[in-house]
Ligand binder design. Structure first.
Ligand code: GLU
Length: 448
């Protein structure tokens, strides 16, 4: 087995084990948290456009619900496995706890290749999968959202199918919906925006030593990105000016991170997708690159680049901030030593293996762990759910201001504990999160 195929569930368990001792976690609670509470595997038929019937396999795993209903995305990918979904569900439990929103963790996945399926086939697959998992999801039970290769349209189909089963509209069964059926403004950009807020706090943490806060430049004018006129970030007094950034992955998290960071003055020196990478030391023009990708399906061949790279080559570039925004197991003990970034912000789930964590820490690289760095998505999912339950919708500015507050607070809670305990940021984040979940279990008590 190559490193990139390392079992994500074993890694997730190892990450938990790593803090269980530090937290003096009771043995039984530790054991309970090492495994998902509930798992559903389904095999279901879908009629393809050719008339052929194909059978697909999917999963919904609920890791823990001590702090509230389960929450987590659904991914469509050819490499989905039960162990991957288990790991992603466990990471959702910690993610919701670290930003202190009232949810437990879950995740879903279907083994399929969405790139080779038509829109109609994807709709039929989604509707049938929803029917199969409808026995365990629901607005008070378990609320799916988009993840890798699923989007607002997928959520609309899930919401419609679930509502048809119930006989009335149930918008709260999913988040990440289109705006006109109860989605939240700012949800599409939320993972990237949350990640940007944590990167900014990390840069501040570094710069504190060099530039005192009273000398920070005033925030650049907001509005470089069309429609981004009120990002809730006005007057916070800190620019991400000229920080050099490399991004692996150019999907929702990667491309929007590139757009938001470059609009704040950062220089995006390289990006990659599954087909390859492009670079320009002077900074890539991100709006043009996004257009290129939407026309051609990849970042490769972009005219504004003056260098080409392998997909994983982006991880080894000299830069201030590296954003892995693709899949699990990208930074391993095979390449961690070549990472030259000062800060690694994990927009993806599980991009760094525990062995690589150690190497990065020894190299003094500041890592913002996935459960913190990419928690903006589920945080605005929570806002969407709250808005839907109250039938009262917020402005985009209100969403972004609340998001900034939650992300900034969580970042500093994690930073404080990591400085106090002299541990890396991942361990710090786990200490905050696992403590909260264990406390919730103890307060509720063990039934009967
Ligand atoms: N799939 C996203 C994640 O991994 C969002 C989950 C959600 O909004 O429930 O955090």
């Amino acid at each position: 087995m190559t490193k990139s195929e390392a079992n994500p569930f074993k890694i997730a368990q190892q990450q938990l084990d790593n803090v269980a001792m530090r937290l003096n976690l009771k043995k039984g609670i530790h054991e309970f948290l090492r495994n998902p509470r509930r798992e559903l595997s389904v095999n279901f038929p879908v009629r393809m456009d050719s008339g052929e019937i194909k059978v697909f396999t999917g999963y919904r795993v609920q890791h823990n619900q001590a702090r509230g209903p389960c929450k987590g995305g659904i991914r469509y990918h050819w490499n989905v496995s039960l162990d991957e979904v288990r790991a992603l569900a466990m990471w959702m439990t910690w993610k919701c706890a670290v930003v202190n929103i009232p949810y437990g963790g879950a995740k879903g996945g279907v083994i399929c290749n969405p790139k080779e399926m038509s829109e109609r086939e994807l709709e039929r697959l989604t509707r049938r999968f929803t029917t199969e998992i409808s026995i365990i999801i629901g607005p008070e039970r378990d609320i799916p959202a988009p993840d890798v290769y699923t989007n607002a349209q997928t959520m609309a189909w899930i919401m419609d199918t679930y509502s048809s089963i119930k006989g009335y509209s149930v918008p709260g069964v999913v988040t990440g919906k289109p705006i006109h059926i109860g989605g939240s403004l700012g949800r599409n950009e939320a993972t990237a925006r949350g990640c940007m807020f944590t990167i900014r706090e990390a840069l501040k943490h570094f710069d504190h030593k060099v530039i005192p806060p009273e000398k920070w430049q005033p925030e650049c004018e907001i509005g470089e990105i069309e429609g981004d006129i009120c990002d809730g970030d006005e007057g916070t007094g800190y620019k991400i000016d000229n920080a050099t950034v490399a991004i692996q992955g150019f999907g929702n998290a990667g491309s929007i991170s590139a757009a938001l960071l470059s609009a704040k003055g950062a220089k995006i020196i390289a990006v990659s997708d599954s087909k390859g990478g492009v670079a320009n030391k002077e900074g890539l023009n991100i709006p043009q690159l996004i257009e290129h990708k939407s026309k051609t399906g990849s970042v490769i061949g972009f005219e504004g680049a003056n260098d080409n790279l392998e997909s994983k080559g982006v991880l080894e570039l000299e830069c201030d901030v590296l954003v892995p925004a693709a899949l699990e197991n990208q930074i391993t003990d095979e390449n961690a030593d070549n990472v030259k970034a000062k800060i690694v912000a994990e927009a993806a789930n599980g991009p760094t293996t525990p062995e690589a964590d150690k190497i990065l820490h020894e190299k003094n690289i500041f890592l913002i762990p996935d459960i913190l760095a990419n928690a903006g998505g589920v945080t605005v999912s929570y806002f969407e759910w709250v808005q839907g339950l109250q039938q009262f919708f917020w402005s985009e500015r209100d969403v972004n201001v609340q998001l900034r507050e939650i992300m900034t607070k969580a970042f500093h809670e994690v930073l404080d504990i990591s400085l106090k305990e002299e541990v890396d940021m991942r361990t710090g984040a786990y200490m905050v999160a696992v403590r909260r979940v264990a406390d919730a279990i103890m307060h509720r008590g063990i039934f009967p």
